[in-house]
Design a protein around this ligand. Structure first.
Ligand code: NI
Ligand code: MN
Length: 227
């Protein structure tokens, strides 16, 4: 049994066996986060892109826990390694078998550069992740707009769970995310990246009412889903 806990926004903890895999751990400054970054343990941290609401507390958590940071080359090698993190760089379309399971980087239509330490840094392409644990696939879309190739992701990696942004403005909104569910065909979809701030305020129940064919699980921050 694997366990997926939402910390608000795009931050999730996936627990499988002895492994704790954090996605986009934006905890400090995240008004929805039910925990403090200092409380989190991790063996691996998957970072989808370089925006502050995804890179978040990655460096601090990775250095404290010795977790390996996994993400696009420019972000992992170019930034996180220079800050003293243990890293494993990857890139779009590539997969690698980690001790907890295989991770594949998918495309995401978004940006990734950010102003860090007062300078605009180029941090490569953004990505999403398909993570295979215990024989089941979890798709974390990262920040992205809707794209047709989501059909391919669902075809090649039958999805147990899809974590999809529904906040609109910076990513897909509820209607596009409902179309993404049609393309991906996951057993379960969990909405994320909404209502953290007013600019991405959404009603997840209205998203749920648009979804056909998949189960929608609306998590509260701090709550978990087992699969
Ligand atoms: Ni972003
Ligand atoms: Mn974001």
């Amino acid at each position: 049994m694997a366990k997926l806990t939402w910390y608000g926004h795009a931050a999730f903890l996936l627990e499988t066996g002895q492994y704790k895999i954090l996605f986009d751990p934006f905890i400090t400054g995240n008004p929805a986060a039910p925990v403090k970054a200092e409380q989190l343990q991790a063996t691996h941290i998957l970072v989808s892109h370089g925006h502050g609401d995804h890179l978040g507390d990655t460096v601090a958590i990775a250095k404290r826990t010795q977790a390996t940071v996994i993400g696009p080359f420019e972000l992992a090698e170019g930034y996180c390694a220079s800050k003293g993190c243990k890293i494993h760089p990857m890139h779009i379309g590539g997969s690698y078998a980690f001790p907890f399971g295989r991770v594949k980087l998918t495309i995401a239509h978004h940006g990734s550069g950010d102003e860090i330490d007062g300078k605009m840094l180029y941090l490569g392409n953004p990505c999403g992740f398909v993570v295979n644990v215990e024989g089941k696939n979890v798709y974390h879309a990262g920040d992205t707009g809707l794209f047709m190739d989501m059909q391919l992701i669902g075809q090649m990696h039958p999805l147990e769970v899809a974590l999809l942004p529904i906040g609109d403005n910076f990513t897909m909104g509820p209607e596009d995310a409902a179309k993404a569910v049609e393309f991906l065909k996951p057993k379960t979809v969990v909405p994320m990246h909404y209502s953290t701030w007013d600019i991405i305020k959404q009603d997840p129940k209205s998203f749920a009412s648009k979804v056909k064919g998949s189960k929608v699980v609306i998590l509260e921050p701090g709550k978990s889903l087992e699969f």
